[in-house]
Design a protein around this ligand. Structure first.
Ligand SMILES: [Zn+2]
Length: 159
């Protein structure tokens, strides 16, 4: 980009020099000859400006994409702070939702394996186990019966 700007500035200087020569030309033939040169320089400047405009638009798109990525990373970091590593009574680790007053999320646990890879996967009760729907990790839960089954089909999973 900087090389293009330097090149365009050089072409503008050349065009300016030609314009000075035209202004001080003594013959019509000299004016016509340098006018053709001036048009060539102007076309070169126009082409360089179009090229810079395309590069600038590309940089703006890249900047916007990076801003979006930073915003998503900040949001993910804040979200990760809502969880704490927790050992299950029958073994195995999960990231447990801390539960804050300003969030109305239901109590839940995340898969440690997926969490460490940057994926938020909520463990799901399945019989006497908790299953990760993403990586299929299986952890033993408190009892063999499904909590939903013990509560008459209402799923209020707690460990
Ligand atoms: Zn997982």
């Amino acid at each position: 980009m900087l090389a293009r700007i330097t090149s365009a500035l050089g072409a503008i200087k050349t065009g300016s020099d030609i314009a000075k020569e035209i202004a001080s030309a003594q013959t019509l033939d000299g004016i016509q000859h340098r006018t053709t040169d001036l048009f060539g320089v102007m076309a070169d400047i126009q082409q360089q400006l179009v090229s810079m405009q395309i590069a600038y638009t590309s940089l703006l798109d890249e900047r916007d994409a990076l801003k979006q990525e930073v915003s998503e990373m900040k949001r993910a970091m804040l979200d990760r702070q809502q969880y704490v590593l927790h050992a299950l009574p029958l073994g195995g680790l999960v990231y447990r939702f801390r539960g804050t007053h300003d969030r109305a999320d239901a109590a839940h646990d995340l898969c440690v394996q997926c969490y460490e890879q940057g994926t938020k996967s909520v463990l799901q009760p399945n019989g006497g186990h908790l299953i990760c729907p993403a990586c299929k990790l299986k952890l033993k839960a408190k009892s063999g019966a499904s909590p939903a089954a013990r509560r008459g089909g209402v799923c209020l999973w707690t460990l």
